[in-house]
Design a protein around this ligand. Sequence first.
Ligand SMILES: [Fe+2]
Length: 353
Amino acid sequence: MAIVEHSDLPPLADVIEPRFWSGVSATDPATFTIDARIFADRTAPTDGALARAMQQTFDRVGLVHVVNTGLTELVDMRALATLVVETEMVYDGGSNPRDRIAPNVYEVGAPLGAWLHYHHEMAYVGTSTKVIGFLCKDALPDRGATYVSDSVAVTDAILETELGRKLKDLGVCYHRNLTDRDAYVGKVEYGVYNHWQKSFGTDDPAVAARKARQQRLAVDWDDDRLMKTRYYCPAFEYFEPLGRNLLYSSLADHGMWFDRWPLVQHLPYDQRPLHMTFGDDTEFTDAERQQWIDLYDRFGTKLDVAVGDVVIICNYRFAHGRPGIHLADGEARTLGVVLGHQYDRVGVRHDAW
Ligand SMILES: [Fe+2]
């Protein structure tokens, strides 16, 4: 299969590349970094002192980065992460193809070379996750950082803008085009992100449609059994521990997610596997998209991850993302994903702005 390399691509005038931070972390790493070396139980985690420190940090900041764990295996890092990520979810109906790389540890589900815009995990379906964890299996010495953005600060800032007021009033619509696996047998998968069979774990279109509707998606079928779903929802989500609505949407779910994805980037936005509009189906202007990207970047924090590191992120209080990563021969950069606390979105509370 011919894959178009990043460096071979023509410049795209309308492509907005995120910067992810200002150059200085908006959230002080001292507030969320735990050095596991000071805990006797770091390699055999129990509900001891390290677990309490992780939980307290998570509750206070919404973010924990455990460093110097001495761990090298995903299964052990997962055990550490699950001290905070109590209930793991079955990954079902997500829009991106995500395989397991160890028991109950998923791959990131995106090409390394593409930048991943800031996002809240699974914001585009009715059932989301409260927590996401990253486990570092392979790291690069000089690059490969991941980033988080303070969504509380972004919420305050965006609500001061006309864009924020439109998002508050109109909400958003997530559009998805899920391809039919059987239509691509033996073919190069142009325009393919995820087949509905894989996303919904079934070969039966009726079952896939039923599962989609259970997630409050509107379903239409197009030619070649192309499954088209729409999900209208608020751009914000009520977060009970802080008693307020927080921004829970980002342009990661816009067609621009694929601006540097081989086999997809040639399509116009509305034909890409994911697209996003305001809740009245109108498009975001270029200026609105730039403004939204800039806001997440302004409140971004860089996380340098080393082998064994465990990062646990409150999916309400922080968005996550990263630049594209290009590997030289012999290099590897692998993060495992742990998802937890599946919940049904409640939307916004009108008395909690
Ligand atoms: Fe993610």
